[in-house]
Design a binder for this molecule. Structure first.
Ligand code: 13P
Length: 335
């Protein structure tokens, strides 16, 4: 498959991405919430359960993995990455190495991981990874984000994207403006606008082929502690507006992160945008928490809960596929 074919396949027919690339510490936090110890075996069992869910088929076009998971085998000896392929989804891999404070920029970070990236990518390509992900984080606060932070992050994203394409894999570029804080939706719009503008400038400068690239942005929302929360229609309109302003038409797809939104709200926002329509790219999902939260809770680390947990994941995957097609209705959540 060419990178253009891979990118198009992942978001074809309403399909989206399951983000299952939580680092071990993040996975530890998720497991703490259900009282399960984060051991390698428990992480394997949990993810194996997700990847065997019936609702993966036809709804999930790609799964983002963490380094540990792409090497793991299921209880019956099948590689987890092969399980994913057997469900009609492509395996992908998170390749950044996390966040580092920027000197003289309090509260701001740059994502690192360019050192040795090409070698790491070669190994992942040999293992069968078809796409990759790199996440940049932009904070909103007093006097931030600074141009320095935005530029450092967007330049690293573009260098990574070029390297991924040179190794035959699709880059997912993720410039995440965090929801944390009491800022207004206008502040989020402004930070998102500046970040996307810089991102596409840097992608062009580094010669990245946009037809073989996917964008994973935040939606434009009120800060999570903002006293007045924007409604679904406003989030949908402002998000489409900032994307239309900045994202070239040749990009095949945009798959949102959920960023701490509740699972149903993340679906409702996506559906509202697709009901408005009028854009050239596929507008889809690449959710972590918003796909997994209900499944994680239902599982609780107990083998007897595997089926109900898988049913929860399948349900969210189906709902989000409908939302990617603008065909979701709130009533469908009553089960
Ligand atoms: P959330 O949907 O939970 O924000 O996770 C998506 C992701 O991959 C963050 O990098």
């Amino acid at each position: 498959m060419t990178i253009e074919e891979i990118a198009n396949y992942i978001v074809s027919d309403g399909k989206g991405i399951l983000a299952a690339d939580e680092s071990n510490p993040t996975c530890g936090k998720r497991f703490d919430s259900i009282g399960v110890e984060s051991t390698e075996e428990n992480r394997r069992d949990y993810r194996e359960m997700l990847f065997r869910s019936e609702g993966m088929k036809g709804n999930i076009g790609g799964v983002i993995l963490f380094d540990e998971t792409i090497r793991q085998v299921a209880s019956d000896g099948t590689l987890l990455r092969d399980l994913i392929s057997s469900q009609g989804a492509l395996p992908g891999i998170k390749v950044d190495k996390g966040l580092q404070q920027i000197e003289n920029c309090p509260g701001e970070t740059v994502t690192v991981g360019l050192d040795g990236l090409s070698e790491r990518l070669k190994e992942y390509a040999e293992m069968g990874a078809k796409f990759t992900k790199w996440r940049a984080v932009i904070n909103i606060g007093e006097g931030i984000p600074t141009d320095k932070c935005i530029n450092a992050n967007m330049d690293a994203l573009a260098q990574y994207a070029k390297c991924a394409q040179d190794n035959g894999m699709v880059p997912i570029v993720e410039p995440e403006v965090l929801m944390d804080g009491n800022h207004s939706i206008e502040d989020c719009y402004d930070a998102t606008d500046r970040s996307l503008n810089a991102l596409f400038e840097h992608l062009e400068k580094h010669g990245v082929n946009l037809k073989g690239t996917l964008l994973k942005p935040n939606m434009v929302t009120s800060g999570s502690n903002c006293p007045t929360q924007a409604g679904i229609d406003e989030v949908a309109k402002k998000t489409i507006d900032v994307l239309t302003k900045n994202v070239p038409q040749e990009l095949p797809g945009i798959a949102f992160l959920s960023g701490g939104q509740s699972d149903v709200l993340a679906t409702a926002h996506l559906d509202a945008m697709n009901k408005i329509g009028g854009f050239s790219w596929k507008l889809s999902f690449s959710y972590g928490r918003a796909l997994q939260a209900a499944a994680l809770k239902a599982w609780g680390g107990k083998p007897e809960n595997v089926f109900i947990s898988q049913d929860e994941l399948s349900h969210r995957a189906e709902m989000n596929k409908l939302a990617s097609l603008g065909q979701w209705e709130e009533d469908l959540e009553d089960r």
